[in-house]
Design a binder for this molecule. Structure first.
Ligand SMILES: *Cc1c(COP(=O)(O)O)cnc(C)c1O
Length: 391
């Protein structure tokens, strides 16, 4: 008897939203390799290499570095529930969706949360953290390095200084920065970070790299109560990733194959050329969008390279434009979140998707979509601005 359900045949898309990003064929190939046991010596070797490569991409020597089983949010929850004990004071920068989420998770973990609220679409000022702390000591200072909801890159060095003054560990969301812009975990003295696989690492969603400094490990060792979450308890999971290889939960074997290959590609390209590629393609995108008469939301000095937010011109139908791109060009861009819903498009140039070809496709597609709504498209100006960046 044949199944009433046909086999899956998803139409390929060009992914230029806030993630997932396009996945390289060799990463998809790695995902399809034979599943073996999670304690098989072959797999243990894959784990060791994956951690090693992860440290290189993070530019850290942190012993406690490995991918959590879950998407980026599981990494967020992991570092927060491991480093917070009920009653701890936590300072959280909130200028977008992901800062908001960190504050919420911290509250649920029992922290006394102080929010440093900033304008969506702007970086946070270090002074605002100092003011909000009002002379008290804090366990954690939390910030989002690359706010994917707004397209802002947060400078971390000034926050490190503030954290030092407060006696706080610096905890950073690097989900959209890792592999696209420098994270440099040790140089910036980041104490705890988490990332994701489906942004600039160009792997499908499903794992969340985390890394803790020695100071953060000490704080973990000093806990009075066990971590509320058994599944996310780093003191247990480290025994599986470390020399003991003690079973905790079954590692998502094939996802780790995928991450292994994605990290291998990053290191093969090398970090600095990869960052330069991201920057160049995004500069071309910015130039093209502005030449079309579109307005970028974030001031240039605070803009995030992997994710650009564009103001939707008055009277333009947001949903119709995105639908046109998807239906006519199989191209996905993102809509706005929170206060930017209906007001902004989010265009990602991440990892394998950061190419001149995608820049050109997106600009041509947007102008065709705008023309379909009776707007002048100025595609020639946009493509001339793009060419100027590459010449
Ligand atoms: C995507 C993202 C997350 C959440 O990751 P999920 O994989 O969706 O759970 C967290 N922080 C930032 C900055 C992100 O871009």
């Amino acid at each position: 008897m044949s199944s009433p359900y046909p086999p899956l045949v998803p139409t390929p898309r060009v992914l230029m939203g806030p993630g997932p990003s396009p996945v390289a064929p060799s990463v998809l190939g790695a995902l399809a390799m034979p599943t073996i046991g999670h304690l098989d010596p072959q797999f243990l070797e894959v784990m060791d290499q994956t951690r090693d490569m992860l440290r290189q991409v993070l530019e850290t020597k942190n012993a406690l570095t490995f991918p959590m089983s879950g998407t980026g949010s599981s990494g967020m929850e992991t570092v927060l529930v491991n480093l917070i004990e009920p009653g701890d004071r936590v300072l959280v920068g909130v200028n977008g969706v992901f800062g908001t989420r960190m504050a919420e998770v911290s509250k649920r973990a029992g922290a006394e949360v102080t929010v440093v609220a900033g304008e969506w679409g702007r970086a946070l000022d270090a002074e605002a953290f100092t003011r909000a702390a009002s002379g008290k000591k804090f366990q954690l200072l939390c910030a989002v390095h690359a706010e994917t909801s707004t397209g802002v890159l947060q400078p971390l060095d000034p926050l490190r200084e503030v954290a030092d003054g407060l006696g706080a560990l610096l905890l950073v969301d690097t989900v959209t920065s890792l592999g696209g812009v420098p994270v440099r975990a040790d140089e910036r003295r980041i104490d705890a970070l988490y990332s994701g696989t489906q942004k600039c690492l160009s792997c499908p969603p499903g794992l969340s790299p985390v890394s803790l400094s020695e100071a953060a490990e000490k704080s973990l060792a000093k806990r009075e109560r066990p971590v509320q979450s058994w599944y996310l308890d780093l003191s247990l999971i480290r025994n599986y990733w470390g020399a003991d290889r003690a079973y905790h939960h079954t590692a998502p074997i094939n996802m780790i194959y995928g991450l292994h290959e994605a990290l291998r590609l990053v290191l093969e390209e090398r970090l600095e050329p990869r960052f330069a590629r991201h920057e160049k393609n995004t500069r071309a995108l910015w130039g093209g969008l502005e030449a079309m008469g579109l307005e970028l939301i974030v001031p240039k000095a605070e803009r995030l390279v992997p994710l650009t937010t564009v103001r939707i011109p008055d009277g333009v139908d947001d949903a119709a434009v995105r639908r046109f791109l998807l239906d006519e060009l199989s191209l996905e861009i993102g809509g706005g979140l929170g206060p930017m819903k209906g007001k902004a498009w989010r265009i990602g140039l991440m990892g394998h998707g950061s190419t001149r070809q995608n820049v050109t496709l997106c600009l041509s597609g947007l102008s065709a979509a705008l023309a379909a709504q009776g707007r002048t498209s100025r595609v020639g100006d946009a493509l001339a601005a793009v060419a100027a960046v590459y010449d």
